[in-house]
Every structure is written in structure tokens, then in C-alpha cells.
Design a binder for this molecule. Structure first.
Ligand code: TLP
Length: 343
């Protein structure tokens, strides 16, 4: 199977399995797992922050960040296409009593700066208190668009002017850094906290990191325990995370080139609507002509030819590239898609 549904399907590399087998471990709730501690130091250092916390998933990392930044009744400003708003069951509201103020995401993954300014609440007894601005980089639902360093800086200026904090859902922040050709620290420096995933393009089997200031991570560690995310000999999985950070970032450029190639070829297929210039990282989201076959039917037909795509709407599909997908696989997938549309 050529699995283009997501970069979450990546399998751990042989080096990861080897590191997992050999990992030195201890009880991480006591802070005694040397491998987890090493991963947390490495992540904090790479992102240019004081401290880091190892968590089970991106969803958990975002939730812990929001629970730590906000009290009950506080409000966050978040994009209406953001994973935090769309795809985390409203966890911050359900579990933290945190209100969400969704703003229209632009096609490049940003929220308009004026929209952010206008959404910040005045001190009025009717309103919740604005506390946090959430960004997503890369922006998954918007073709994996990377947000520029300049945009992060502009949002920081607004946050500072209103004494707000910023959390970035950087599930794929290394994809952004590679696409923008900047050190990831440059992106992270304008956010108080960043969550990033080890288990997507970086290919680790499990885990995400939350990074931020020392006091913030101290509180986040409490929130992680609160929601049952304190784990014991977690070094077994943290070991793979270290290998991910040390060895898997370089590969992302190839994933981006494969996504670009896929997009350029798909744009020429009759019945597919897609602007290949919007593809800068590893996500290719494309539309089918509304009078043609629906997305789930195309997915079914290509599956019969050994290719998995993810339907993301009645006439919308996603293909994500990752290290399990070669250029030859992309060609095979293209053939399958062309054949399926011609059926
Ligand atoms: N995204 C998954 C699905 O949930 C859609 C995917 O296949 O892309 N932030 C962003 C931007 C994400 O894309 C995801 C996962 C998460 C957070 C949550 O990470 P996990 O799945 O580890 O909880």
C-alpha cells in the first residue's frame, strides 16, 4: 500500500527501534527517566526555549498548553480552520472551561492582523477575558502552509500591546522551518509556548513536545498529570524521539519536493482542481469537480490499486508525503488517480 492519508502513518526507523531497545529508563513521574530528560533538554535547546515536556500526542500537548495559559472563563483567539478549533473535540472548552473565539483563516494559514486586534475583548462585564492567541504552523488544513517568521513577529507585537500570550500548534514546525529555510528557533521565538509532534513527518511512533519558559513547563507538568498523561518508563518511546530530532529533519525537504511534484502533476489531471503554487510543504489537498465522482468514491477506486488517500470533504481529498513514500510511489499514485477518474 502507498499510504498518502497522513504523515502520521510513518513507521519508526530501524535506528529508532534499536534506540528503543537499548533505552535507559526510570520513573518519569519522579523525573527520573534519563532518556525522557535528555529528549526534553534536546527539544528545549533546538526550539530555543528554557524547558520542554514530553507528552503522548499533539492533542495532549495543545490541551495542556491551553490549560496552563488560561483559567476557566478565559478566551483564546484561534483560526476557524485550526486543528485546536476543528479537530480536538473542543477539549479546552470541555475540560478547561476556556472559550474560543474563532477567526477566519486566510488561504495562507494566517488570521488577518486587524481581525485579531478586533477580537481582543475590552474590560467589560459581559465578555470573557482574552488571554491567548493560537497559531498553527504549518497550517494543516490549508495545504500545510508555513507561516512566515514576519507574521509571527507581527502577531507578537499585537500580543505584547495587549499583554496576551501566544501558543503555536507547531505539529509540523520543522516542516515550516525547512520550507522557509530558517532555523526553527526563529519561528518559535515569538511564541510563549510551542507544541510539536515527533510522530508525524519525523517518524517517531508516539509523542509530542511542549516547549516554553521554565515556570510555564513546571505548571504544564502538573496539567499533564491532571489529565492522566504522567507516564512511567517513557524513555522507551522518548528514545525514538531523540533519533527523530537527530536524524529525520533533513528528509523533510524531499517530502516537500515530492508533494510539489504530485501537486504539479495533479493540477494537469482533468476533473481535479488545485493550485500547485500553494503547496510548500508535505500536504496536498485537492478538490474534485462537483459534477464528477465524490471524494470517498475516488478513495475507494485508488485503494483497489494499492493507494490510500484521505477524503476531507464531499469533493476534497488529502495526500500527504512522508519518508514512506518515494518519488516512484508518487508516480504510481498519479497513475492510480488518473485511471480512477477515467473509469
Ligand atoms: N492531525 C492529524 C489528524 O488529526 C487530522 C493528521 O492526520 O494530520 N495539530 C495539527 C496541526 C495536526 O495536524 C494534528 C494531527 C494535531 C495537532 C494532533 O496530533 P495528534 O494526532 O498527535 O493528537
Amino acid at each position: 500500500m502507498i499510504d498518502l492519508r497522513s504523515d502520521t502513518v510513518t513507521q519508526p526507523t530501524p535506528a529508532m527501534r534499536d534506540a528503543m531497545a537499548r533505552a535507559e529508563v526510570g520513573d518519569d513521574v519522579y523525573g527520573e527517566d534519563p532518556t525522557v530528560n535528555r529528549l526534553e533538554e534536546l527539544a528545549a535547546d533546538m526550539l530555543g526555549k528554557d524547558a520542554a515536556l514530553f507528552v503522548s500526542s499533539g492533542t495532549m500537548g495543545n490541551l495542556i498548553a491551553l490549560l496552563t495559559h488560561c483559567a476557566r472563563g478565559d478566551e483564546i483567539i484561534v483560526g476557524n480552520q485550526a486543528h485546536i478549533f476543528v479537530a480536538e473535540q473542543g477539549g479546552a472548552s470541555v475540560l478547561g472551561g476556556i472559550a474560543m473565539y474563532p477567526l477566519q483563516n486566510q488561504p495562507d494559514g494566517t488570521m488577518r492582523l486587524d481581525d485579531i486586534r478586533n477580537a481582543i475583548r475590552t474590560d467589560d462585564v459581559h465578555y470573557p477575558r482574552t488571554r491567548l492567541i493560537c497559531l498553527e504552523n504549518t497550517h494543516m488544513r490549508l495545504n500545510g502552509a508555513p507561516l512566515s517568521v514576519e507574521y509571527h513577529e507581527q502577531v507578537r507585537e499585537i500580543a505584547d500591546a495587549h499583554r496576551l500570550e501566544i501558543h503555536t500548534d507547531g505539529a509540523r514546525i520543522f516542516n515550516a522551518a525547512v520550507a522557509l529555510n530558517v532555523n526553527v528557533k526563529e519561528i518559535a521565538r515569538f511564541s510563549d509556548s510551542v507544541q510539536f509532534c515527533l510522530s508525524k513527518g519525523l517518524a517517531a511512533p508516539i509523542g509530542s513536545m511542549l516547549v516554553g519558559a521554565r515556570d510555564f513547563i513546571h505548571e504544564a507538568r502538573r496539567a499533564r498529570k491532571l489529565i492522566g498523561g504522567g507516564t512511567r518508563q517513557a524513555g522507551i518511546i522518548a528514545a525514538a524521539g531523540i533519533v527523530a530530532l537527530e536524524t529525520r529533519i533533513e528528509r523533510l525537504a524531499q517530502d516537500h519536493a515530492n508533494a510539489k511534484y504530485l501537486a504539479e502533476q495533479l493540477a494537469d489531471v482533468p476533473g481535479i482542481e488545485l493550485d500547485p503554487s500553494s503547496i510548500q510543504t508535505n500536504m496536498v489537498i485537492f478538490d474534485l469537480a462537483p459534477n464528477g465522482i465524490p471524494a470517498h468514491e475516488l478513495a475507494r477506486r485508488v485503494q483497489a490499486q494499492g493507494v490510500l488517500l484521505q477524503p476531507r470533504g464531499a469533493y476534497k481529498l488529502r495526500a500527504a508525503t512522508h519518508y514512506g513514500v518515494t518519488r516512484a510511489d508518487v508516480d504510481t499514485a498519479l497513475q492510480a488517480i488518473r485511471a480512477a477518474l477515467a473509469e
